[in-house]
Ligand binder design. Sequence first.
Ligand code: NDP
Ligand code: 8X3
Length: 254
Amino acid sequence: MRTVLITGASSGIGEACARVLASESNYRLLLCARRVNRLEKLRDRILDSYPDCEIFCFELDVREREQVEMALNNLPADWNSIDILINNAGLSQGLESLENGDTGDWDRMIDTNVKGLLYVTKYCIPKMVNSGMPHIINLGSIAGKEVYPKGNVYCATKHAVDALTQAMRIDLLEKGIKVTSIDPGMVETEFSEVRFKGDKERAQDVYKGLTPLCGQDIAEIIAFVLSRPAHVNINDLLVMPTAQATGTIVKRTS
Ligand code: NDP
Ligand code: 8X3
């Protein structure tokens, strides 16, 4: 059995990872996010299909360093050893040129996508050292490989994730921890609704006239990456919808 901690498991890619890994019989799931009621509903749905799956949910705002330290250092004794960390929690807020950007949005993105990922990773590493095949998976993005108009700060945070993935691979080499970056293009989740602050119509327009990826597509790739033998690590995996060539060049039918 491998114990996997998934941050941001209440929605989208994180939720899909929980469902897909639960469907394989060799994972125990530690699920966290701010909306713990969502996690509990997800846990109940998973248990309906896979009654033997072990799941522990807890509330976590990855931006709060002390909360992260407390939560990870006070896990129940039988959840204290972690094999896999999926650093998935993240968000984009706003799509504006820098001079019109909202500094609160900038703080939320930097605090969540960069500092939150760092805090969770720091307090998780000591729990991974006894694992037979420890693995950290960071959710990067096409936005961490290129910069697109008005993407400024979000792109900067995902470039930072790219740099931190490389840094982890170096720093954790001696500990034998695999580190992988999964870098998707457009995935239809709550991502655009969060970016556009609840404007559902604007969010739906992002995916209009094309078939985007879905959370399950990414989760299945992550399950594949995790299933490689001990001597194989997939460093970096960029995955796009067929209808997307770059961050902004897409083919729409209407
Ligand atoms: P969703 O909005 O559907 O899910 C985001 C998840 O992150 C939610 O579960 C949310 O939980 C959690 N989260 C956000 N802020 C915090 C916080 N402060 N503390 C803890 N959890 C938090 O989006 P996606 O599933 O699409 O996004 C998942 C990851 O994938 C992100 O890192 C995103 O940048 C990345 N990504 C997404 C792409 C896309 O097109 N959708 C493409 C490339 C990368 P809650 O609100 O309950 O805390
Ligand atoms: C999410 C994908 O292209 O909206 O990281 O930045 S994109």
